[in-house]
Design a protein around this ligand. Structure first.
Ligand SMILES: *[C@@H]1O[C@H](CO)[C@@H](O)[C@H](O)[C@H]1NC(C)=O
Ligand SMILES: *[C@@H]1O[C@H](CO)[C@@H](O)[C@H](O)[C@H]1NC(C)=O
Ligand SMILES: *[C@@H]1O[C@H](CO)[C@@H](O)[C@H](O)[C@H]1NC(C)=O
Length: 353
């Protein structure tokens, strides 16, 4: 498995361009066309176009993504003491930058609320729970209800994508393992890292069509932002049988050289998770976040993940009953507050009752 698998793909795409010319070019020998087409057919075998590929059915240009809110830490709560939950604004901006709008999902609501929201949004972003427990918090409970709804919908052919970032990644692993934890403690807090792609990355929906410069940045530069104390190892992904559900696509290493899974893609579901924080590169500037990669190629790489996920959400046909109802759920009903003075992690946050 070459570490620069996209270079091979580049070759394929330039051949695609030449074949395109065959149709219109005036004097290209038929024999040459056939020869190139033969080479192309051969090369294409290395690229499996999964039915979930972004090539298909991209036809909802009003994608709305739900973000599950979470109970705030004491310091964040001090900015809005009456609020029950919050969402860091960086996640919202990360999606908005790709043409999506956001619906905040509240915690401690009746099941009927989660069902209504689920039926109306086109995808869901799972984000870090901060101090929230995966099991007992409102965040963990709502996350579990919504996970079951997403599994059921996709089983019934109702395409519904889910993305997990950092603790959201850990929550996906926990839920998919039948609510069991297979993480191991590690040291990867305030750490910029590169990705080591695993061979499945070249046929994954997530990385298969990523621009070459993005793949190069991710693999050659310390362009991913890590803030986690727990890691999933490749060994445990196998030991837990989670590898029947998720393919690992890339790993990174922690401060002690431990190799951990950095990206997962569900084999039969449109679910993805990253252990790192693609949104921090462009949107978080806390004084203590000294490791966050803010250089241009790292910004572009971080935004690629949002572009990919929002384009997946465009394939979902869920919608609110009316534009009026939609308006009452959108995050524009709330204004973010400055939280950098009380939290090293989040510049701005939205608060909910
Ligand atoms: C595997 O998971 C178990 C928990 O089920 C944990 O105790 C152990 O440290 C993990 N091992 C590795 C190598 O990640
Ligand atoms: C932090 O900033 C917020 C928003 O301006 C303000 O309400 C709060 O009082 C500030 N907290 C501290 C501890 O300075
Ligand atoms: C930043 O880190 C310093 C030193 O650990 C700590 O005293 C300070 O409270 C942190 N700042 C914020 C906003 O969390």
């Amino acid at each position: 498995m070459p570490t620069v698998w996209w270079a091979e793909r580049n070759q394929c795409e330039s051949i695609l361009d030449i074949v395109g010319m065959c149709g219109t070019g005036p004097l290209v020998a038929i024999a040459l066309c056939l020869l190139i087409a033969g080479v192309l057919a051969n090369q294409q075998r290395t690229f499996r176009f999964h039915p979930n590929s972004i090539r298909y059915n991209v036809n909802n240009n009003r994608p709305i993504i739900g973000i599950l809110s979470q109970e705030p830490s004491k310091s964040i709560a001090s900015v809005s003491p009456e609020s029950v939950s919050y969402i860091a604004a960086s996640y919202v901006k990360w999606l908005e930058g790709q043409g999506a709008r956001v619906v905040p999902i509240k915690v401690n609501q009746p099941d009927s609320y989660y069902k209504t929201v689920f039926d109306s949004i086109n995808g869901r972003l799972l984000i870090p729970g901060g101090g929230a427990s995966l099991v007992s918090s409102g965040y963990g409970k709502a996350g579990s209800i919504l996970y079951d709804l997403a599994i059921e919908a996709n089983n019934n052919g109702d395409f519904f994508p889910v993305w997990g970032t950092c603790l959201g990644f850990e929550l996906l692993l926990y839920l998919s393992a039948g609510r069991k934890n297979f993480l191991t403690p590690c040291n990867s807090y305030n750490r910029a890292a590169s990705l080591k792609f695993i061979s499945d990355a070249s046929v994954s929906r997530l990385y298969q069509r990523a621009p070459n410069d993005v793949l190069k940045t991710l693999s050659k530069e310390k362009s991913t932002s890590n803030f986690h104390h727990w890691c999933m190892t490749k060994e445990n992904l196998t030991a837990s049988s989670l590898d029947n559900f998720y393919r690992p696509l890339a790993t990174s290493t922690d401060d002690d050289g431990l190799e951990f899974v950095a990206t997962i893609e569900a084999i039969d579901y449109p679910f993805w998770g990253v252990q790192f924080h693609p949104e921090k590169n462009v949107y978080e500037w806390g004084a203590n976040l000294t490791s966050v990669p803010h250089w241009p190629s790292a910004i572009k790489a971080g935004q690629y993940f949002a572009e990919f996920f929002v384009n997946q959400a465009r394939k979902s046909q869920h919608r609110f009953a009316s534009r009026q109802e939609e308006a009452t759920y959108l995050i524009y009903n709330y204004a973010p507050l400055y939280t950098a003075n009380v939290s090293s992690s989040f510049l701005q946050s939205y608060f909910f009752d």
